[in-house]
Write a protein that binds this ligand. Sequence first.
Ligand code: BV8
Ligand code: ZN
Length: 270
Amino acid sequence: METSILEAREAVEAAGRVVVFTGAGISAESGVPTFRGSGGLWRSFRPEQLANPMAFSRDPRLVWEWYQWRRTLVRECAPNPGHRAVAEAQVRAAAQGSPDAVRVITQNVDGLHARALSEALAGKAHDPAMEPIELHGSLFRLTCSVCDYGQPRRAAVETSSRAALPRCPECGKLMRPAVVWFGEMLEPDVLDEAHAAAGSCDLCLVVGTSAVVEPAASLPRVAAAAGATVVEVNLEPTALTPIADIAVFGPAGETLPALLDGWAPDPAVG
Ligand code: BV8
Ligand code: ZN
């Protein structure tokens, strides 16, 4: 086994409070396209074109068409061994009485961490602290473009005409995907919860992110500044590699099980 995996596993074994900070790369092996990779989502579009409020007000049907295409694609995808290794570590931590010892902070909007957790829980009740912190929202929630009405929605959205687009039952305005667009603030309480988790962990696993998008990409730096060990799991170096104590190069679906399987945080360390 690579030395870096062994070193990273030792860092996991010594950890009491872990943050798993993820980007599109953790979902690549589930078939969800990444943003910047070859064949990535933004190969044909640029974020400025579609994932921003101006694009939505200019042409809501086009933006909805892109998001409905992503929703249809992602809905068929399943959590992969990377998501499952994290969720199972969370369940083991909870079984030892530390449900908040492994926190997931994700930039992804595909809902796959939440699905992996619910599969790992197999119907058991769980502490809300185990829920992934979804910094950028979810493809499977809609929100009103004007008032604060919101609803979960996995069913398809009709995008054939502007008139067919979903409207808010409260105020009649257009509904939009409940994701954070470029130029939009992240939900303050979501960002606060993520900052608190990053600032109080002793190990931060950074998985499958090019670490380009802010303010998300600053969270591993918050962890490092608070004294956490930073382990990066990626296929290639990124903007965060210089602050990583250990860099593990390999697909998350293979590396995360090697790092996490069978481990539970030592409550005495946490
Ligand atoms: C804000 C939801 C300010 C939507 C997303 C200029 C103009 C405008 C804004 C800015 C600007 N300069 C900077 C900004 C700020 C901007 C920003 O950071 N821009 C970047 C592009 C420079 N940020 C914002 O606008 C944020 N808001 O700043 O508000 C503000 C302040 C005050 C008042 C008002 C406003 C909001 C950002 C949120 C954007 N929304 N998603 C949607 O999905 O449609 S971001 C989206 O892109 C994702 O959520 C994710 O965060 C990001 C993609 O990044 P990654 O996840 O890292 O994916 P990527 O493809 O890049 O990388 C994949 C990695 O995985 C690679 O490293 C690859 O090697 C690796 N990998 C691949 N396969 C595997 C693997 N690793 C392991 N295993 C594998 N198998
Ligand atoms: Zn409304």
